[in-house]
Design a protein around this ligand. Sequence first.
Ligand code: GLN
Length: 309
Amino acid sequence: MKKDITTEILEEWLNNVRPYAYDGQVANYIPALSRQDPENLAVAIHYIDGDSVEAGETEAMFTLQSISKVLSLALALMDNGEDYVFERVGMEPTGDPFHSIYRLERTPSKPLNPMINAGALAVTHMIHGDTPDEKVGRLLSFIHELTDDHSIRYNEEVASNEFETAFLNRSLLFYMKQHRIVTGSVEETLDAYTKQCAIELNVCQLARIGALLANEGRDIASGRRIIPKHLARICKTFMVTCGMYDASGSFAIKVGIPAKSGVSGSVLASLNGFGGIAVYGPSLDDKGNSVVGLKLLELLSNRYDLSIF
Ligand code: GLN
């Protein structure tokens, strides 16, 4: 299978799915994201044996947005342990949009899982660090280890743009503060969260993270353990049950690969025994998932029988 997936094949598939770029819309609720070009498409595969193949605009940098929720969860679990984290954030899918508030009104009023905004905000709050910059600095250092690339930063314009307009996320935080899921300054937690979401990567760097997760948390090149195996498994399980927001069920049926999407139009997929796949295509469907990303992953999964089910 691996030999078959050449750059030419990936280019051809990208061209096949290109027309779908106009079936959706680029995110516009964060002003800086609305300037992304819907035709800017890229895909990368990083195999578990270290080989890689990529096609399209592989140099294009995009912000992680909700994909960062997987990485902040891994770090918060490493910082605090499972018991602490899951006392405050649940493990169940919601079937609601990612920024929905209404489940917080139910008892107990903790967020249902760490892949929705409420849960992710609570998780960011748990990352060790006295200030937002210390938390984000630790998350960036962690991502430097995951990618073996110390040049990765967050995009300041995207971060401040979201910070200024994140009224729903502020509401989620105030609600959780009332119920003592989070403590301290709402503005500081939001500051850390919006910077976390604005961390910028390209598809090759992201695919390498997928490969590390598929490799039970060990770096592909050095074999060094970066994430404990059981925590990598928890992250991948959340990717299956909640990774594609309220489209996680249909994605599991159509594609069947653990994956997490972000509103920048990027998708991170991780398949045990295979490696990591990253796709970028900024045009989103009504659930906030990359239209082209979904199509491409569906093609790949069906053609090479990659579903875990
Ligand atoms: N930063 C975005 C937000 O909180 C991330 C959402 C997403 O990618 N679904 O709204």
